[in-house]
Design a protein. Structure first.
Length: 353
């Protein structure tokens, strides 16, 4: 039990230190771009702090894998230099058990990243967008053009009226029949989401039948769709990325503006992304067995760092290929973690054996 606590403390402190340093660097770089603009709007230091707080979940998403990579390298290198690993192996503790004892730190980082990406960020991103638009000076405000997107089989053109995504303005809905021909067009000045459903206000309905177009109107009309206010926030935001939940809704008939392959990869990466943090820990494990009295320690440390960065590059490239439908979603999301986990396992097995 004391050994487990020692390993957890050694690895955990360095992972947290690496995360703090990386978060500070990214936060500073991010604020350098917007601080002047925030101060020019008269928002003061409070505005800077508010912006930093709302951006924080996205920064956690970025630094989580790198913090495990850097923290693991430093921790295992220290254990190797102090001959702690040699002592542990002498009493029967294998390298595999050493990685197993450090794994809870990676699992904790996985949970924090998943919480930030899938729960917190989908709420802070709309708040940041709304705050940024509301504080933009009138002279710099740009009227956003209506945006097209898909809702199931319908094609919709609309723009948001409220930051919470519960209303739309200038709604036009194009519906097609089973053969793909345009069957009707619905135009409404606005739409509101109430009691779990959308309601179109003063819609005009044009139904196409052969060469005829039949026009009718109504005071109110229910719009049956799977579109949710959170989907509207993501679709009409220039910066928000879909979460795993919104990607799943897009695949099942919710709001979508990109190909199905894009959302399929996003859904897979909601699971493969956190697993990549465990892969980072595996890539650092061979350093624990290095001999720092020779060049082996430096070589393995540099190799672990290079392998971690190569993993991120390969993962990003395969993800882009999957989003463009050049690869299946499963291959795009899981190939890099599988390949680099196998590579780390092979190196560890060879050194341990």
């Amino acid at each position: 039990m004391k050994l487990q606590a020692f390993i957890l403390r050694t690895v955990g402190v360095r992972v947290l230190s690496a995360a703090a340093i990386l978060l500070a660097i990214l936060q500073i770089l991010d604020l350098l771009e917007v601080t002047t603009d925030i101060l020019d709007r008269g928002l003061g230091v409070g505005g800077v702090a508010y912006y930093a707080a709302l951006r924080f979940p996205r920064l956690i998403e970025q630094v989580a894998p790198l913090s495990v990579l850097a923290g693991g390298l430093f921790a295992f290198a220290q254990l190797a230099r102090e001959n702690a690993v040699t002592t542990l192996r002498a009493v029967g503790v294998s390298a595999y058990r050493l990685v197993w004892m450090a794994a809870p730190i990676a699992v904790a980082v996985m949970l924090v990243q998943a919480l930030a990406t899938e729960v917190v960020a989908p709420r802070t991103d709309p708040a940041l967008d709304a705050w940024w638009r509301a504080t933009t000076p009138a002279s710099k405000k740009v009227v956003s053009d209506p945006k097209p997107f898909r809702v199931g089989a319908d094609t919709v053109i609309a723009k948001a009226a409220q930051a919470d995504g519960r209303s739309l303005e200038g709604v036009t809905i194009y519906r097609r029949d089973s053969q793909g021909a345009l069957s009707s067009r619905i135009e409404a000045p606005s739409a509101a989401y109430r009691n779990g459903a959308w309601e179109l206000h003063r819609p005009t309905i044009v139904r196409f039948s052969g060469d005829e177009a039949l026009t009718s109107s109504a005071a109110q009309m229910a719009w049956g769709s799977l579109l949710k206010p959170m989907d509207v926030q993501t679709l009409l935001s220039p910066t928000q990325a879909p979460s795993g939940t919104s990607a799943r809704r897009a695949l099942s008939g919710g709001g979508a503006e990109r190909p199905q392959s894009y959302y399929a990869v996003r859904l897979q990466r909601a699971f493969s992304g956190p697993v990549g943090i465990l892969v980072m820990l595996l890539l650092t494990a061979p350093v624990a067995l290095a001999n720092f009295r020779t060049r082996e320690g430096v070589v393995l440390t540099a190799g672990g760092l290079g392998a971690g960065l190569a993993f991120m590059v390969m993962d990003g490239m395969l993800g882009a290929l999957g989003e463009s439908a050049a690869l299946s979603a499963a291959l795009a999301a899981w190939t890099a973690p599988a390949v680099f986990a196998a590579l780390a396992g092979f190196v560890l097995l060879k050194m341990e054996g």
